[in-house]
Design a protein. Structure first.
Length: 321
């Protein structure tokens, strides 16, 4: 899951000098932010610093990040005419700064640890584009899906094409694995996922560079995990709301899993963190293919020393052969 962020003083110092979008587009600064957790925490992989919505800006929908308000789309995509205006984007030119960041990080890492690239999943990115920002009920999304399914499919196909080229560009620049974040997919029922999302996710994974591991992660996915496995990915990410052993059995032990410590556990003391980390590792049962991770991103109020303690605890308790 994401590593850099407001819980780190080093990140806050860089962030104070520029807006969020400016930071994302400054390849030197974004590379520095990507490397900070690797140097400070001793994690086993670096995770590219970017944002899942960078890909929507070239579509001309008006992406902004208000102070303390999160992302906003000023020209939301609400109907067939709006979808029809979304032509193909030139990923190489419009998102080249991300590829430059990947190249800089790859060079700085010098093989110490692998680099994971990432992108938002088409459903989650579409949700922001249609709703205009975060949402509780996703009624605009569901109105588009149910009322004009052809327009929904066209929107998803447009995003699948752009996302595949975006991820493959990161791979070409040096990313050794990629993760697809479906942060809002838990708003759907299994039937809706099967009808409106699964074919598009399958198409996305089929377009990725062969031989590069892909992690498929979503939140609120307890009812969707077998369908996510069907959709694709070499690793299925598990959020903190599911039992790891049970979830792994549901998706099958022939696929790897990632997760799934509750992020808020890091607000507790190291003794408690150790107890909960042991529980996750016990649920994994020593099987090959478990990537220890949080079940979502790090909360901004998390003490850095607690994150470092978790990394040390997992290294101590894990079989690292």
């Amino acid at each position: 899951m994401r590593q850099a962020g407001r819980y780190m003083a080093e990140y806050r110092a860089i962030r104070a000098r520029s807006s969020f979008l400016e930071l994302c587009k400054n390849s030197d600064a974004a590379a520095e932010v990507t490397l900070q957790p690797v140097d400070k925490l001793g994690v086993d992989a670096a995770i590219l610093f970017a944002d899942i919505l960078l890909i929507v800006e070239p579509f001309g929908v008006g992406l902004t990040f208000g102070a303390g308000e999160g992302p906003s789309i000023t020209r939301p995509v609400r109907g067939e005419a709006d979808v029809a205006r979304l032509g193909p984007i030139d990923v190489a030119s419009s998102l080249g700064f991300v590829f430059d960041t990947v190249s800089r990080v790859k060079k700085a890492l010098a093989g110490r640890v692998p680099l994971i690239g990432f992108a938002g999943a088409p459903f989650t990115v579409a949700s922001y584009m249609v709703e205009g920002g975060a949402s509780r009920d996703y009624l605009h999304v569901k109105r588009l899906m149910y009322g004009t399914p052809q327009a929904w499919d066209r929107l998803m196909e447009t995003l699948v094409d752009a996302t595949a080229r975006y991820l493959n560009g990161q791979i070409a620049a040096g990313a050794e694995a990629v993760q697809v974040f479906d942060s809002w997919i838990g708003t759907l029922s299994p039937d809706d996922y099967r009808a409106f999302v699964l074919p598009h996710m399958s198409a996305l994974f089929s377009k990725l560079t062969p031989g590069v591991p892909a992690i498929h992660f979503g939140t609120g996915t307890a009812a969707l995990l077998p369908l996510m496995r069907e959709a694709g990915g070499d690793v299925i990410g598990l959020d903190w709301r599911v039992d790891l052993a049970e979830a792994w059995a549901r998706v099958g032990h022939d696929v790897a899993v990632q997760g799934n410590l509750e992020p808020a556990v890091l607000l507790g003391d190291p003794v408690y963190i150790r107890k909960r980390a042991q529980r996750v590792l016990a649920a994994a049962g020593g099987r090959p293919g478990h990537i220890f991770n949080l079940g979502h991103g790090i909360h901004k109020d998390t003490p850095v020393e607690h994150v470092k303690a978790l990394v040390d605890i997992v290294h101590e308790l894990s079989d690292r052969r």
